[in-house]
Design a protein around this ligand. Structure first.
Ligand SMILES: [Zn+2]
Ligand SMILES: [Zn+2]
Length: 208
């Protein structure tokens, strides 16, 4: 059983009948011991048992239970951010990284079962992003300097662009623009795709 209700209002409601899906989410809210447990439960990754709050522990009053749930309402907001709160490309990428992390903890068999139920059509969403308006002259000067050879590994560019048959190299900023680096020829390198990806995602000492 795996489903997510994206209606936050429904998640906050207490439902009396256990057949009501809302009951399941309310139970998850009360029973989870940490936010991550809660997210796994509402995503159907871990089972949610009927509400056992208070059972086997010190019995609590309805008012205590109410306060306990109320204090956890922030989990609902965290787990189901409204679109206006989470519509930047960065947020989107972070959410995808969390999904990847969750997927990595599933067994291949579990993933197969989930894939069998999954939608084959990806959702389209609109995000906002901030870009740097880079100087085209810097790009061209750096490509000229490289003269078709990667400035990381010194190999010839792996292929030529179909648009103009020029050697395919990517212009990389040594100090990233996001970190305050300058958009200058001195702060840029023309790299083959492998060297470029390695600079961004490889070990810190991967200078070439
Ligand atoms: Zn290279
Ligand atoms: Zn780069």
């Amino acid at each position: 059983m795996s489903y997510i209700i994206l209606d936050r209002a429904a998640l906050e409601k207490r439902a009396a009948r256990t057949s009501d899906p809302r009951h399941r989410y309310y139970a998850a809210l009360l029973n989870a011991s940490a936010f991550d447990d809660y997210v796994r439960a509402i995503k159907g990754e871990t089972p949610v048992y009927p509400r056992t709050f208070g059972k086997g522990r010190v019995p609590i009053t309805p008012m205590q239970e109410y306060r306990y749930a109320r204090d956890r309402r922030k989990w609902i907001t965290e787990a189901f951010p409204t679109p206006s709160q989470k519509n930047t490309l960065k947020d989107f990428n972070e959410a995808f990284a969390r999904d990847l992390d969750a997927a990595s903890r599933r067994s291949p068999e579990e993933r197969k079962q989930r894939l069998a139920r999954a939608s084959k059509t990806p959702k389209r969403i609109t995000v906002t992003t901030t870009v740097f308006a880079r100087n085209a002259d810097v790009v061209l000067q750096v490509l000229d300097r490289a003269n078709g050879q990667c400035e990381g590994c010194s190999q010839v560019a792996p292929f030529r662009r179909k648009s103009d048959n020029s050697p395919y190299l990517e212009v990389h900023h040594v100090v990233h623009l996001a970190d305050g680096g300058e958009d200058t020829v001195d702060n840029a390198l023309a790299l083959c795709p492998n060297c470029h990806r390695r600079r961004h995602f490889g070990p810190a000492d991967s200078a070439t």
